[in-house]
Ligand binder design. Sequence first.
Ligand code: NAP
Length: 311
Amino acid sequence: METPEIKLPQVDVNIYRNKKPVEIPIVESFICTESASPNFIRHITFDVSGTELEGKVRAGQSIGIIPPGENEKGRPHQLRLYSVSSPSLGEDGEGKLVSTTVKRVIDEHWETQELFTGICSNYLASRKVGETVQMTGPSGKYFLVPENHEDFNYVFFATGTGIAPFRGMAKDLAGAGSKSQVVIILGVPYRTDLMYRKEFEALANEFENIHFITCVSRELPNPDGSRNYVQTKINTHSDLLLPILEQDNTLIYICGMKGMDMGIYQELHKKGLTGYTELKGEAAVKPVAEWTREDIKLGVRPSKRVFVEVY
Ligand code: NAP
């Protein structure tokens, strides 16, 4: 079977820009990890009704948030992009309520030992229901489920808050009555960091074509002691994944940490699944077991069946 043509939907972008954002109220903000998580990750919902964003923000796109204040150069802060985690019809089914998933960035500077707190993530996570934010967007025309969604199966690989777009996409597919195979693989460091676990489990229980797999990198490592990463599942869950990944109409979506894409490509090649990448240079001539980081960086590119958003 040949891969069907991938028809991406036409979407609206940049309805509101940096110079002319729109003021949007927050209508919901709650922690979406397990209750004991030491990380603060919030599901935040905005009411875009009555603005040009109503009905126009699709799963897979991002919204921009402009935090108040100035940077160290005395200029207004730039907008930050956040992946939308609501389905394309919004949380309300009418395109009025758009949500995102925000993790407070709290870190220690490796050299100075100073506390580092992300400006926009902390601003957003501290905003209360009823307060407003300056929003731009939507942005993104490419990281989308095709219009002809029934022609494909989907394997969604997420690390951390990279799960955001897949919540919306999985709900879109379920809502459309899709019979496609949909596998959501979520990787987090500790069990308490799992986001939306109950929602995904409920989806997987209700729809036999939707599967939810979690991997907990540090707390539940692999038997050989290595970290349990999303790509590990291609091996450990091969009964489910291989028959899906072997089909020419399966699409892979990758969202989250930079570098996860390369690990996924390697595991796919180890299983002889060569249709998701294009190879050149050393990677094209060496067996996958001998690929160096450089070979991968220079010579492994995703094919049109792979959608990547990592940073
Ligand atoms: P996190 O809680 O730290 O979880 C990330 C998980 O990925 C951990 O289990 C981590 O394992 C694992 N991991 C690390 N390196 C990996 C690799 N090379 N391959 C596979 N798994 C790997 O995540 P987070 O703090 O939420 O960060 C999520 C990242 O996603 C951020 O960088 C964010 O900017 C990005 N993101 C991107 C988008 C987008 O592009 N649209 C949207 C949302 C989030 P260990 O830590 O145990 O090594």
